[in-house]
Design a protein. Structure first.
Length: 318
C-alpha cells in the first residue's frame, strides 16, 4: 500500500469534503452498474476499483450510517450503553446489542480522530497543557492535553502509562505543533519538569527564552487571572463527569477510542456554552456538516483515498 506524505494527506483531507459520489469507499462519482446481489444493485467504482452494494451504508457494515452516527453522538453526550440502545430503538426503530455500539466506537473513533488531525487550526499564541489520571484495567494511566486559551480548541492529546516522562510531553507538543498554523508565545503548565523539556525540544530554544521571544510559565495560581490553567482544568471536570460513570476502562483500545471520540465531539460537534459555537469553528476548522454521520463518511473516504494502491487492481467488497 502506498501512503502519501503528510502534506499530500492534508490536501486529500480537504478534497474528500467536496466529494459526494455514490462510492462508499472514496465518494467518487465514477461508478457503473455491476449486476445484482440478493436483489440489490451492485456498483463498481472506476477510481478505487471497489465493488459494493448500493445501500448507502459504510463499507462492510450492516447497520445504516445514520444509526452508527446517532449512537456515537448519544454516547459522547453522556448516555450509557443501555440508554443509547433504548434511545436508538425508541427514536429510530433499530435495536442493536450494547456490544455492537461499543465496537462501533472502537472501530471508527480512531479513524475519525486521525482524519481530523490532518486539518491545521488557527490558534492563539496562548496555550495551556495539563494531564489527568485515568485507570485502564485497574492500572494507573495519564491523559495529556493541550488547550488553546482563546478558541478552547484541543489540538493534541496523548495517553501514557508508566509515569509522566519528558518523552510523553515531547509527543504531546509535537502533535500540537503539527496541528497548528503557528507556534504559541506563552505556554502555561503546572510545575511538572517534563513540560519544560518538551517545550524546549519542540518549540523554542533556551536562548529564545532568555531573549523573551516566548515564555513558559509554570508558576501558576488559581486566583491569578494571567497565570492559571483553569480552562483546561474545567475541561477535565467535563471529561471526568463522563468518565466516572464508566468506572475505568477495560482495555487500552477502548480507552484510546473513547477519549479520542470525546475530544472529537468536544472540538467539532458540541456547542461551547461561552463561545456559542464549536471550538473547531472558532479555530478556523469549518466542516460542511456538523454530525457524526458526515464525519464517518469523510474519514472512511479519506482513509481509502490516502492509502490507495499505486496500481489499478480491482478489489471486492460489500
Amino acid at each position: 500500500m502506498h501512503e502519501p506524505p503528510r502534506g499530500e494527506r492534508e490536501v486529500l483531507a480537504q478534497e474528500v469534503l467536496g466529494r459526494s459520489g455514490k462510492c462508499k469507499y472514496c465518494r467518487s462519482n465514477a461508478v457503473t452498474k455491476y449486476g445484482f446481489k440478493r436483489g440489490i444493485q451492485v456498483l463498481r467504482c472506476g477510481e478505487c476499483f471497489h465493488t459494493f452494494l448500493d445501500n448507502g451504508r459504510l463499507p462492510k457494515m450492516r447497520t445504516p450510517t445514520h444509526v452508527i452516527g446517532a449512537s456515537l453522538h448519544l454516547r459522547f453526550d453522556g448516555l450509557s450503553l443501555t440508554k443509547t440502545q433504548g434511545t436508538l430503538e425508541n427514536l429510530l426503530g433499530v435495536r442493536r446489542h450494547i456490544s455492537s455500539i461499543w465496537r462501533w466506537a472502537i472501530k471508527f473513533c480512531p479513524l475519525v480522530s486521525e482524519y481530523l488531525s490532518q486539518f491545521k487550526a488557527r490558534l492563539s499564541d496562548r496555550w495551556q497543557a495539563d494531564e489527568t489520571v485515568i485507570f485502564i484495567r485497574g492500572k494507573l494511566a495519564y491523559f495529556w492535553e493541550v488547550l488553546d486559551s482563546e478558541t478552547r480548541y484541543i489540538p493534541s492529546v496523548h495517553l501514557s502509562t508508566g509515569g509522566r516522562t519528558s518523552q510523553d510531553a515531547v509527543t504531546l507538543f509535537r502533535k500540537a505543533r503539527n496541528h497548528s498554523l503557528q507556534k504559541p508565545k506563552l505556554i502555561l503548565t503546572d510545575r511538572l519538569q517534563a513540560y519544560g523539556v518538551g517545550v524546549h525540544k519542540v518549540f523554542y530554544s533556551y536562548r529564545e527564552h532568555w531573549t523573551n521571544q516566548w515564555k513558559h510559565e509554570n508558576r501558576i495560581h488559581i486566583t491569578d487571572r494571567d497565570r492559571n490553567i483553569n480552562l483546561i482544568e474545567r475541561f477535565h471536570n467535563t471529561l471526568k463527569e463522563r468518565y466516572k460513570t464508566l468506572r475505568g476502562f477495560k482495555s487500552w483500545a477502548g480507552a484510546k477510542a473513547f477519549l479520542g471520540g470525546f475530544v472529537t465531539h468536544y472540538n467539532h460537534l458540541r456547542i461551547h456554552s461561552v463561545l456559542k459555537s464549536t471550538p473547531a469553528e472558532i479555530a478556523g476548522v469549518v466542516l460542511p456538516e456538523r454530525s457524526w454521520r458526515a464525519l464517518l463518511k469523510w474519514a472512511v473516504a479519506w482513509s481509502n483515498v490516502s492509502q490507495a494502491p499505486s496500481h489499478n487492481v480491482a478489489r471486492g467488497g460489500v
